[in-house]
Design a protein around this ligand. Structure first.
Ligand SMILES: [Mn+2]
Length: 320
């Protein structure tokens, strides 16, 4: 009988029913009065091994309607949507293979959001999608500290900008300050002259999440910061569906505990990248990606830097 669930709090929210957006947030590209925006970048042209992350945004969105079913999102004690206007902007699109178009479209569209003081959550896509988002946010907020979870430093000093080199480009171009940035979960070659602060996965596994959080917060301080999370920072036992998995990573529990500890930092943008559905038959990696994405929205909602830009922007609008 139609409407049998109406009035029930699960009405319209049964995970396998209805149209899919991230967390069932309204899909719109109108940015007035928006606090937090989720966007996808279905891009995988810069991958050194197994492609497939072009399907990441859609898979994460699909699982987000299951992960976000229970409200509030555990362990938070309030429903973010009661206090903040969250939208799903949809995907930032480009013609297949047009890397330059992906870069400029993400920079421009995330730039529009950032200038309004909107906190952004990007769904990758391969890790190169973080680079134009950093450009966009650095334009609004100035030089950023990067909080980077990954098995790889992505600072390969090679001839091309790609998903393994973009952070050395970002540092050289002054988008991020490596000395107040930190790379967590690393277990591949670390350039001996790196200026980034590096915490290997093995160091992390010897520590408690709280100690790792303390170290990150000390390094980042009050700087505007961007969280970039490659799911291969975690062990393939937790995140098998990715292009370049490496055994020996941190646990998904530790990953979440670290994120929860970053509340109150001046986080202006986040991303979850490198979820590759063709290698994720159990969907465990996209479920994890959706969970971490929701964690990130809650963390950004508490960002003082975003409140500051928003206040400035609404004063400017009132005067004009
Ligand atoms: Mn990686």
């Amino acid at each position: 009988m139609p409407g049998i669930l109406s009035g029930d709090k699960l009405a319209g929210r049964i995970p396998y029913q209805g149209l899919v957006t991230f967390w069932r947030a309204p899909h719109t590209q109108a940015l007035e009065n928006v606090d937090l925006a989720v966007y996808g970048v279905p891009f995988d042209c810069e991958i050194f091994y197994r492609p497939g992350t072009r399907f990441g945004p859609r898979a994460i969105r699909e699982q987000s309607v299951y992960v976000g079913l229970a409200s509030p999102h555990w362990p938070f004690d309030f429903d973010l949507r009661e206090k903040h206007n969250v939208i799903d902007y949809g995907d930032i699109v480009f013609y297949p293979g047009r890397v330059e178009d992906m870069l400029s479209n993400v920079e421009n569209e995330v730039g529009e959001m950032s200038a309004r003081g909107i906190g952004t959550l990007g769904l990758g896509g391969d890790h190169l999608v973080a680079y134009p988002a950093l450009k966009a946010h650095a334009k609004t907020h100035g030089k950023l500290s990067l909080i980077h979870f990954d098995a790889h430093t992505d600072t390969h000093d090679g001839p091309f900008l790609n998903h393994g080199s973009m952070f050395i480009y970002a540092a050289r171009e002054g988008l991020i300050d490596p000395e107040t940035s930190v790379q967590i979960g690393i277990r591949t070659y670390i350039p001996p002259d790196t200026k980034f602060n590096v915490m290997t996965s093995h160091e992390c596994l010897d520590m408690k999440s709280k100690e790792i959080v303390k170290k990150i917060r000390t390094l980042v301080g009050d700087n505007p910061c961007y969280i970039s999370l490659d799911v291969d920072g975690m062990d393939p036992a937790y995140a098998p569906g990715t292009g370049t998995p490496l055994p020996g990573g941190i646990t998904s529990a530790m990953q979440r505990e670290i994120l929860w500890g970053l509340q109150g930092l001046n986080v202006v943008g986040c991303d979850v990248v490198e979820v590759s559905p063709p290698y994720d038959p159990s969907q465990v990696t996209s479920i994890l990606g959706a969970t971490l994405g929701l964690d990130m929205l809650y963390i950004m909602a508490a960002s003082p830097a975003l409140q500051k830009v928003k206040a400035k922007e609404s004063m400017r609008a009132a005067q004009s």
